[in-house]
Design a protein around this ligand. Structure first.
Ligand SMILES: Cc1cc2nc3c(=O)[nH]c(=O)nc-3n(C[C@H](O)[C@H](O)[C@H](O)COP(=O)(O)OP(=O)(O)OC[C@H]3O[C@@H](n4cnc5c(N)ncnc54)[C@H](O)[C@@H]3O)c2cc1C
Length: 525
């Protein structure tokens, strides 16, 4: 393939909030191809309930949003990235309104919910608890209407093609198994999360770490892979991706009780049920293990009709299992929910490889530090999509710090038959889960090393990222944010820094890396 030309399209991989917003914005300045491996909009975005955090209320401030984000991030936040997402929050909400997302209102004003570890009510939502479905609905309509965007649904990205140190195209496979190679001016990975690394997850089946795996194989740096956020309250009923019982339910006053009926959270954290997600997740896991039965969420003291109206999605999910959200104790469990790590980027989504962008959950900007504040995920995705569109518009010639040698592409690992997926998930859940220790991590590394078969791509991607995540978790011999080590239960100030990967070589990064990821990565090496 010849090297990329100015009039080649930008290829966006994925059609959630990040891919959707980026494709629509990039189409203003040139041709766009959107490749998405399932139907348009099938990803985590569609499942988002709570909403988007933005300091809109007169009693709130951007400074308070920044302070809450930094506190949740436990010392690993990139301050510039945090400032950027919090400052841009109100504008991004306005932009989504302009794209046709009807956020909920009361008396003409946007309704704001309060969620865990937020010091103010600042989460805008749509359809009560159906925020993501409303966002995806509006974006998908706009994407289908835009003649400048070529949509390739049911097509899976397999490989980012690199020539002379920059991206020139993408190899993919359509629903009939036919391979296709397209030239590209730039490739933007918007491929979502990696919840399928774990047995219990709220993520859809397609959340198979394709974004970071494609980036790593092309030679771009990854970061923060040990930092996986577990949602404390997935519905502990049914198979497959677990339904989420949104944090907003606790925000409205729901109480967590152990099997003996004891309300335990006030003993665990001053903010009780609204404490940081990692604290709540660990407390639930511990109390469930101690009594050998699920913890339940109790809404019986709240206005039943108001609760069913406010949380129609959760109420319907409970009803599918014969439970009344407002009247029955609801069994809940922690589940892998959000990947803080991914391809290392700046706030324009630029990875360390010229021409390769990563936006949304598959990017690691440092905005979440060691623990994401609730509803900052959709916000970060929207901010990154806008930043990437701007960078594409400005042109790709002055990639930060210019082209320098990057890692040799990581070869596909010898592993990945579909049946290997369960073995990967079990090894990760046991050893690299809510609580970790040296012994469990060593066992996980041994288990993962033995998984070996075929070249099935999604599973192959899971295996590559699982091995790096287990290695990163072993390196971080402290507890911080979402990463909890039973054998090192305290934070170690000397480890207030991020762990990045170039190929399978770890790099220790200072945390202020937003503007110049490439050079700092090379210096750190
Ligand atoms: C149940 C649930 C509830 C949540 N609630 C909230 C919330 O209230 N607020 C909040 O801020 N965050 C929430 N989150 C997190 C947030 O929804 C996600 O981080 C965000 O939606 C990710 O958006 P995205 O565009 O990066 O990825 P996604 O929406 O996951 O989209 C990824 C896209 O990439 C495609 N794809 C993947 N691999 C390939 C490939 N190889 N080739 C082609 N296409 C590919 C997928 O098919 C999909 O279209 C929630 C997450 C879950 C799972």
């Amino acid at each position: 393939m010849a090297s990329a030309r100015e009039n080649d399209p930008v290829i966006v991989v994925g059609s959630g909030i990040a891919g959707g917003l980026l494709a629509l914005a990039a189409a203003e300045t040139g041709p766009v191809v959107m490749i998405t491996k399932e139907a348009l909009g099938d990803g985590s975005t569609r499942r988002a309930q709570g909403g988007i955090a933005a300091a809109i209320d007169g009693h709130d401030s951007v400074e308070a949003h920044i302070a809450d984000t930094l506190a949740a991030g436990a010392g690993l936040c990139d301050h510039e990235a945090v400032t950027r997402i919090c400052r841009e929050g109100p504008d991004q909400v306005t932009a989504l309104l302009a794209r046709g997302v009807h956020f909920d209102r009361r008396d003409g004003r946007l309704r704001l919910a309060r969620e865990g570890a937020h010091s103010a009510a600042r989460v805008v939502h749509a359809g009560g608890d159906a925020t993501g479905a409303h966002i995806v609905g509006a974006l998908s309509t706009a994407l289908r209407r835009d003649p400048r965007i070529e949509l390739a649904e049911g097509e899976r990205a397999l490989e980012v093609i690199v020539r002379d140190g920059r991206v020139v195209g993408l190899r993919s496979e359509d629903a009939d198994g036919r391979e296709r190679t397209r030239a590209a001016r730039a490739v933007a990975l918007a491929a979502g999360g990696m919840g399928q690394l774990y047995t219990r997850t709220t993520n859809p089946l397609g959340a198979t770490a394709d974004g970071p795996a494609l980036a790593a194989r092309a030679g771009a740096a990854l970061a923060d892979l040990e930092l996986v956020q577990f949602h404390p309250t997935a519905l502990a009923l049914g198979d497959g991706p677990l339904a989420l019982v949104s944090e907003a339910v606790r925000g409205e006053g729901a109480i967590l009780r152990d099997a003996a009926g004891h309300r335990f959270m006030p003993d665990e954290h001053p903010m009780a049920e609204l404490g940081p997600r990692d604290v709540v997740a660990r407390a639930i896991a511990r109390h469930a293990a101690e009594l050998g039965a699920d913890v339940t969420l109790d809404l019986r003291h709240l206005d039943a009709d108001a609760m069913r109206r406010r949380f129609p999605t959760v109420a319907a999910l409970c009803a599918e299992h014969g439970l009344d959200l407002a009247r029955d104790p609801i069994p809940v469990t922690p589940a892998a929910h959000y990947a803080i790590g991914g391809a290392l980027t700046d706030m324009a989504g630029r990875t360390t490889l010229p021409g390769l962008f990563a936006v949304g959950e598959c990017a690691a900007t440092g905005a979440h530090g060691a623990n994401r504040l609730a509803s900052n995920g959709l916000l970060e995705a929207a901010v990154l999509a806008a930043g990437a569109a701007e960078a594409l518009d400005e042109g790709l010639d002055d990639w930060p710090d210019g082209p320098v040698a990057h890692a040799a592409p990581v070869p596909a690992v010898a592993g990945g038959a579909p049946e290997a997926r369960e073995a990967i998930q079990a090894a990760m859940w046991r050893g690299v889960g809510v609580e970790r220790d040296a012994q469990g991590l060593a066992q996980a590394a041994r288990d993962l090393a033995q998984i070996n078969a075929g070249t099935d791509h999604p599973t192959d991607n899971l295996l590559l990222i699982a091995r790096l995540a287990a290695a990163a978790a072993k390196m971080r011999t402290e507890s911080r944010g979402a990463h909890f080590r039973r054998d090192h239960p305290k934070a170690d100030p000397r480890q207030t820094r991020r762990i990045a990967w170039v190929g399978d070589e770890p790099l220790i990064l200072p945390h202020a890396i937003t503007r110049r990821p490439r050079v700092l990565a090379m210096e750190a090496a």
